[in-house]
Design a protein. Structure first.
Lengths: 404, 247, 409
């Protein structure tokens, strides 16, 4: 009975109801979008690095990360292969040879990080294959090499040119090999473009005279959230001759930046939250105040105060729920396509255009937050109704009718 | 028909003879400077727009395998030594009495600030191993008849050059000019040999000037003041103990 | 017209409750927007300041071409002309000179490639803060001693400890291989693994001696008063320097990746502000709409006693504008006080972030800003919103038929 009355009242006061409804809808859509945006920012900060080179987890011989010298190769790579192949929580991994060395052309030379890879494996853990801007990605040709645009500029070379790589071999002398540039890449990090080069793993192994050895495994897990668990599991399985590092261990400064960003976001979200709560309460206040006359009539024909009160609260609740549902639908309709196309921030700023890449944010929905807000909204609507409803029933019916 | 076959046979035999000669010519030219062993006193003058450096050095070489170069002046650098064994190189620095092994990062830096890199010293004259050689012309340089030999790096050779032109004087198989090009045909640097002198019966150019085309105003001149070839050099001087001795 | 204004004013006070609710919406909108933008701008400025004061300086004086291709030979003398230019440019607080070279460090059997920085510690600490990031031991205090400080990871990789003597090698300006012995007296933490395993700090004069530089330097790092008028200071300094081979580069040219990160933050911040403005815009719209539509009975009466449609519409508009202006005044005042308070008492982050502070000496805090542009832009936006919010209700009023209005509930 109460429900019917509340429902009919809503439709009767179409205009008022719509106004309050709008503020609930706007509030929820705002939450969805700002939530998606802040997660997207964090995602972009992280994934640029993770997808480029760091990946979720890296495995080395213990001590390698601090001291990347040629003698710190992985003791038993077959064992690592075995452990990784059978692990269901691992999506993909890439085995790498890695040393630092020099790359030189006829015109110049530069210090580089030499990655010896299996092109197919690497394409599963990093976006390097999709970052080629000239030429093509590595094939398995022995003398293929791909380098970053900044490095190509420094060495004054183009696709097709010859370069020579040099590094310390295991014996201590200097190994060198000649390569032909098959492709040039450009990533979000110009530092990376200046120093990273990729060659086939077999060629690097022969250049360093190390036989069949590897230095690094880069792993992408199926679920980004349980990287910590996978890390522990691998540590136990591999033992203490190895170091298993997560992206948090490898990028401490980045993690710090993200934590800082999260805190800042929290404050901004509080402000947005306050704004929309205020908006809802304000419109609800106004709406109920405007109807005090109506309530006066109801009271004078005998409706009990408590019933009136419940009726008002029920109306507020219904509006809250309808608004939440509508807000969810509209918010998701807006957001979901954006998660695929991303928001290109350089569109908003000429300063960013110069960078070209690394400026697209892909909003990410955090289901938890959205559910929480959806549950919360209807109650906010109710809160707005409480005070005016109370005021209404406190008045003598006759004064209520004359209320302005 | 017969004439044609004969002609092609003659031509191909000529080619064969010709091709052989390119390698031989280069080898002779390189050997003329290197010898089986050598002991020399040289002066190296490094010119740049900012400064000119004059170094006095004494060197011992066993073919391309081993070398010891001792700096005798100026005072700031006296006592510094460079030791090469195979393709590894060490520097002994008198001031701090330390020996360091030259890492890859320093290999491409200039040796002692000259227009020769450490790598030049180490990799010297693997020309036969790394390049395909062909006589492409005969020219006159400074009134001398020379062969112009083109050296193209083999696909697997770890050298940065696109090609090298090497002129050798016919009369005495001495090197005259060497030009180094990148793969686009730009000449990056060139070496000129001149001032032929007789040292203890051996005739070689005594002045070698490396001109740097990438850096304007940079050049390195090596002047051989005295050199003896194929003398007996004890192996023990190519060792760390010798490096660190007062010498 | 005067009558309308009087009428509008009286109407506002007659409908106290409605006016207050609408006023509240405007005040809240202004106040929130000022608060948010204040925090954003203040924190960005703080972040830039922290980063710039850590190592690069607000701007740098370099030889032309050095920024693209750092070479030891691209160096210059710190002569009288330069010194007086630096001292006499308004806005420059302090400056210090640096040399940078690639070299080799050798300790017993271990040698590593290093990045050598020659600095003047007593001048440097007035320009940047990395000198205070000493992890173990201490920093050297003269620029001509044989004491050096290395990255913390480098010390470990060399298997050395504080107090050990090492040899530094580098190719000098004159091409000779400079080599000298030095003592490690401390280590630094810089937060970036690559730097911590390759960096060596030494006194400027010691570096000049090692590298045969005479009295030349590669970079002069400058600390300025204020990030906001950096361009002006930069231009003033550039004018005073007569050597045309020297350039003055602001921090964002020296460190473009930092600028990209800040810009990204800034733009996303504007998007958030946009979301906030949409929310408060609806808030204003809703209250204006409601307060107008609830008065249709009133309006019906006014119209039926002969007030022209147009005048009524203007009346509604003027009422809204009054409320908007009052709201703006109070909102700006409140915003000003909140931002001011936050500037005096910035929100400092604790927890996990505090640990990182201990390690790297970054102060994680939120700061606000009193930049005039904030108040101007917010106020203009809110006025614009108020005007727009009025359009639909005003239109409805315009179309109102007197009898229909009177019958409204």
């Amino acid at each position: 009975m109460l429900l019917k009355l509340a429902w009919r009242n809503i439709w009767r006061n179409r205009r008022r109801s719509l106004i309050v409804l709008t503020s609930v809808i706007v509030g929820l859509v705002a939450i969805i979008i700002s939530d998606g945006l802040s997660n997207g920012m964090i995602g972009q900060m992280l994934f640029n690095q993770i997808n480029l080179n760091i990946s979720h987890i890296q495995i080395h011989k213990k001590g390698f990360n601090n001291n990347k010298v040629v003698k710190n190769y992985i003791p038993n790579y077959k064992k690592v292969d075995q452990v990784l192949k059978n692990d269901p929580s691992i999506k993909a991994y890439s085995r790498r040879v890695f040393v630092t060395g020099i790359l030189s052309s006829a015109n110049n030379s530069s210090g580089v990080m030499i990655y010896g890879i299996d092109p197919n494996q690497e394409a599963n853990v990093s976006i390097i294959k999709n970052s080629m801007i000239e030429g093509s990605y590595l094939t398995n040709n022995k003398r293929d090499i791909i380098i970053g645009k900044k490095l190509a500029e420094k060495l004054e070379v183009e696709v097709g040119d010859k370069v020579v790589a040099m590094a310390n071999t295991l014996k201590g002398d200097i190994g060198s090999e000649v390569f032909r540039i098959v492709g040039i890449f450009r990533t979000a990090s110009s530092e990376f473009d200046k120093t990273a080069i990729y060659i086939p793993d077999a060629t690097e192994q022969s250049m360093l005279n190390i036989g069949n050895k590897y230095y690094e495994y880069a792993i992408i897990t199926k679920d980004y959230d349980n990287v910590g668990q996978v890390q522990k599991k691998l540590e136990t399985k591999l033992g203490n001759k190895y170091e298993v590092l997560s992206y948090k261990d490898l990028l401490p400064m980045l993690i710090y930046q993200i934590e800082l960003y999260k805190e800042t976001m929290w404050i901004l979200n509080v402000i947005i939250g306050l704004a929309l709560i205020f908006g809802i309460i304000n419109s609800m206040l106004m709406s109920v105040f405007e109807r005090i006359k109506e309530f006066g009539v109801l009271m004078s024909i005998g409706m009990k105060n408590s019933r009136i009160y419940s009726m008002i609260v029920t109306e507020a609740f219904i509006i809250g729920i309808v608004g939440t549902i509508a807000g969810l639908i509209i918010g998701l309709l807006l957001e979901i396509p954006l998660t695929h196309t991303g928001i290109d921030l350089s569109f908003f700023s000429t300063g960013l255009e110069a960078f070209g890449i690394g400026t697209v944010i892909y909003p990410i929905l955090s289901v938890g937050n959205i559910i929480l807000s959806s549950l919360f909204m209807p109650f906010v609507a109710i809160i707005g109704a409480l005070y005016p409803a109370y005021k209404a029933i406190k008045l003598e019916p006759i004064y209520a009718i004359y209320y302005v | 028909m017969k004439k044609l076959i004969l002609l092609s046979v003659v031509l191909s035999v000529n080619q064969l003879l010709f091709a052989q000669t390119a390698e031989e010519i280069i080898k002779k030219a390189e050997d003329a400077i290197k010898g089986k062993t050598s002991h020399a006193e040289i002066e190296m003058i490094i010119k740049t727009p900012d400064y000119t450096r004059d170094l006095e050095m004494e060197s011992w070489w066993i073919g391309n395998e081993k070398a010891l170069i001792v700096t005798k002046g100026p005072i700031k650098e006296k006592g510094n030594k460079t030791l090469k064994i195979g393709n590894e190189m060490w520097e002994y620095l008198k001031n701090t009495e330390t020996t360091i092994k030259i890492p890859p990062s320093m290999m491409l830096q200039s040796w002692n600030g000259s227009d020769f890199t450490n790598d030049d010293l180490v990799r010297e004259s693997n020309l036969t191993k790394d390049y395909d050689q062909k006589i492409i012309a005969e020219e006159k340089i400074n009134g001398q008849d020379t062969w112009k030999v083109q050296l193209i790096p083999k696909p697997d050779a770890p050298v940065v050059w696109g090609k090298i032109y090497y002129w050798v004087i016919k009369k005495n198989y001495l090197p005259s000019v060497v030009q180094y090009f990148d793969e686009r045909g730009n000449m990056v640097r060139y070496l000129v040999y001149s001032d032929i002198k007789n040292f203890h019966g051996r005739v070689i150019p005594s002045k070698w000037v490396m001109h740097n085309n990438k850096k304007e105003g940079h050049s390195t001149t090596i002047i051989v003041n005295d050199i003896e070839y194929n003398i007996n050099i004890p192996d023990r001087i190519f060792s760390f103990q010798e490096l660190e001795r007062g010498n | 017209m005067k009558l309308l204004i009087k009428l509008a004013w009286r109407n506002i006070w007659r409908n106290k409750r409605r006016s207050i609710l609408t006023l509240a919406a405007v005040i809240f909108a202004v106040f929130m927007a000022i608060g948010m933008r204040g925090i954003q701008l203040g924190t960005y400025a703080l972040n830039i300041k922290t980063a710039v004061e850590l190592f690069s300086g607000y701007m740098q004086v370099q030889s032309k071409g050095y920024n693209d291709t750092p070479k030891l030979s691209l160096c210059f003398k710190e002569n009288k002309d330069l010194t007086s230019a630096l001292k006499n440019t308004k806005g420059i607080q302090n400056y210090s000179s640096r040399i940078y070279a690639d070299g080799l460090i050798s300790f017993k059997d271990n040698s590593r490639g290093v990045a050598i920085f020659g600095i003047e510690p007593d001048k440097e600490k007035n320009v940047t803060t990395f000198v205070e990031n000493v992890d173990k031991g201490r920093f050297f205090n003269s620029d001509s001693s044989n004491e050096i400080v290395v990255g913390s990871q480098l010390l470990e990789n060399l298997n050395a400890k504080i107090g050990d003597e090492i040899v530094l090698l580098a190719q000098g300006y004159d091409g000779s291989l400079g080599n000298q012995k030095y003592k490690i007296v401390g280590t630094v933490r810089l937060g970036v693994q690559e730097l911590e395993s390759t960096v060596v700090f030494m006194g400027l004069k010691s570096a000049q001696y090692l590298l045969a530089m005479r009295n030349k330097v590669n970079v002069i790092a400058v600390k300025a008063d204020d990030l906001n008028n950096l361009k002006e200071i930069e231009n003033n300094l550039a004018e005073k320097i007569s050597d045309k081979n020297l350039v003055v580069l602001p921090w964002n040219k020296v460190n473009p990746e930092l600028q990209q990160a800040i810009q990204l933050d800034n733009v996303s911040g504007i998007l958030f502000l946009g979301i906030l403005i949409v929310i408060v815009a609806f808030g204003i719209l809703n209250t204006v709409l409601m307060s107008v539509t609830e008065r249709f009975r009133e309006f019906g009466v006014i119209l039926s006693i002969g007030m022209p449609q147009k005048k009524l519409t203007y009346l509604v508009y003027i009422e809204t504008m009054f409320i908007a202006i009052i709201g703006l005044i109070f909102g700006n005042l409140m915003g000003y006080f909140v931002n001011y308070y936050l500037i005096l008492h910035p929100i400092v982050f604790g927890g996990e972030l505090k640990q990182l502070y201990e390690l790297y000496h970054f102060l994680p805090e939120l700061r606000s800003s009193l930049q005039v542009s904030i108040f101007i832009y917010v106020s203009l936006s809110i006025i614009g919103i108020s005007i727009l919010s009025c359009l639909y209700p005003a239109y409805k009023v315009y179309k109102l038929e007197p009898l229909k209005g009177i019958r409204q509930t």
